[in-house]
Design a protein around this ligand. Structure first.
Ligand code: HEC
Length: 213
């Protein structure tokens, strides 16, 4: 099976992940926009149409609470967080976009320990870089109090892209900030809820082993 939707940097896919991936082919295509996408240089057909599908789906949704652009709120202080990868995590399938994962000090130890419960107030920010080195979208999650979204781990999601690369700017219509409860951010949870604790995790080769002193 060709996993065109494989998330960047995931080199080891266990059965659970594989099942999730198969189940989520459509959302995986959305992921090209979301967690790891870039526009295929050669105008790749399958991936491209998947992206366009995802894009137009979100773009055609009417504005709602959480789709107005503005400065990043939750996660804006990500540069002070603990970086959870020891080297940039490359997107194998999409020609070189790199991502880094940051977790605030409150949640860093729990993020490393797969058996730990993620504390309320944990904020995760994934930064990304376009192949030309310009900033890609920021991806944000926050662990909210029980009841926020009880069936799906009580996670808040946001994608923020203040200055989309030219190829994206036109499609997106400008900068974006889609966040829970916007329908435009709903595809984040559709995928993440399939992972233990709602977390995709840093792939083993780049994973931080212990917290810095
Ligand atoms: C098709 C599945 C999928 C979709 C859709 C998706 N993600 Fe992810 N996400 C993952 C996987 C797998 C990882 C871990 C690998 C990586 O970081 O590349 C991850 C990692 C993350 C991380 C780092 C924390 C962690 O370990 O999970 C954040 C933050 C994040 N995603 C936010 C988002 C947001 C916000 C959206 C929606 C705009 C989104 N994701 C859409 C699968 C997905």
């Amino acid at each position: 099976m060709t996993i065109v939707n494989r998330h960047p940097g995931v080199t080891v896919i266990d059965d659970r992940r594989m099942r999730a991936m198969i189940k989520l082919t459509w959302f995986g295509l959305g992921l090209l926009v979301a967690c790891g996408g870039k526009q295929p240089a050669g105008g790749g057909t399958e991936e491209m149409s998947g992206m366009d599908m995802m894009m137009s789906k979100s773009m055609n949704m009417s504005d709602d609470d959480g789709s107005q652009f503005g400065p990043l709120e939750i996660g804006a202080d990500w540069a002070t967080y603990v970086k959870m990868n020891t080297a940039p995590v490359p997107s194998e399938t999409h020609g070189g976009r790199l991502v880094d994962t940051y977790v605030n000090p409150l949640g860093a130890a729990a993020y490393l320990d797969e058996d730990a419960e993620i504390p309320i107030g944990t904020v995760l920010v994934k930064t990304s870089q376009e192949p030309d080195g310009t900033p890609g979208p920021l991806f944000v999650m926050e662990k909210k109090s029980p009841g926020f979204d009880a069936d799906r781990g009580d996670w808040y999601y946001a994608i923020h892209w203040a200055d989309p690369a030219p190829a994206w700017k036109q499609k997106l219509g400008g900068p974006i900030y889609w966040r829970t409860p916007s329908k435009r951010a709903a595809y984040c949870v559709e995928c993440h809820e399939n992972y233990d604790r709602g977390l995709g995790g840093v792939p083993a080769p780049q994973r931080l082993q212990s917290l810095p002193e």
